[in-house]
Design a protein around this ligand. Structure first.
Ligand code: G4P
Ligand code: NA
Ligand code: NA
Length: 194
């Protein structure tokens, strides 16, 4: 998605450790006009797919998922991150090991909101090592729902998450795939660019 790539090149900040900061339009301040274009693009890419629910994970996936959901005309469910082990009630739960944050947390979704017969599209802002997205996919599988695919705003193509999920047969659509970043020159290369 050219508009997004241009915006990443213009406003993205490359930090040490291969971190791409996009706080001015995605992760802190949110550019809703851009989100609207992202929503239309996901709708186009999943046009042939039946979707009745969007699933994301708190916190930074929620904003984008809500705008995207308008184009699918479906509700959004966000998985909750829990630091405590004592999970009460009827929930699907899985463990996510965050390499970035150096900790493991439980992710949970109430059984009330996802189940067999649902056709679920995963939406998230970033895909890096993919542990969070794999956790969501595991919850969908657990619930008996169908996993339609995953729509990602920015994928770090040099980290293994996206390609691993594709190899597992998940339809992963990322609107910008960063292939490499150079902190010193500020250069960003996207997959598909020459
Ligand atoms: P991980 O297994 O290495 O933890 O990678 P994963 O793909 O699950 O991403 C972990 C978290 O780090 C996610 O946020 C993801 O959005 C964020 N992230 C990874 N790389 C980058 C990056 O280069 N730039 C930015 N801006 N974010 C990145 P999270 O843990 O779910 O937290 P939240 O922000 O949603 O609360
Ligand atoms: Na994030
Ligand atoms: Na996220």
């Amino acid at each position: 998605m050219q508009l997004l790539k241009d915006r990443i090149r213009k406003d993205g900040k490359i930090k040490s450790g291969d971190v791409l900061k996009v706080d001015s339009f995605l992760n802190h301040q949110m550019d809703i006009k851009l989100f609207v274009e992202v929503g239309k693009e996901f709708k186009r890419r999943f046009a042939d797919c039946e979707v009745n629910k969007i699933l994301t994970i708190e916190a930074s996936g929620i904003g984008i998922a809500c705008i995207v959901a308008q184009y699918f005309d479906v509700p959004v469910v966000f998985a909750k991150k829990s630091k405590t082990k004592n999970i009460a009630g009827d929930v699907y739960t899985t463990q996510v090991e965050s390499y970035t944050h150096g900790r493991t947390y439980d992710v949970l979704v109430s059984k009330e909101f996802i189940g067999s017969g649902d056709k679920v599209l995963l939406i998230d802002d970033f895909l890096a090592n993919g542990k969070a997205l794999e956790g969501l996919a595991a919850i969908v599988k657990d619930s008996g729902a169908e996993l339609v695919g995953a729509g990602i705003v920015i994928e770090k193509g040099f980290q293994p998450g996206g390609d691993r999920l594709r190899a597992e047969g998940v339809k992963v659509e990322s609107l910008a795939i960063v292939e490499s970043m150079d902190e010193t020159t500020g250069t960003i290369c996207f997959r598909g660019d020459r």
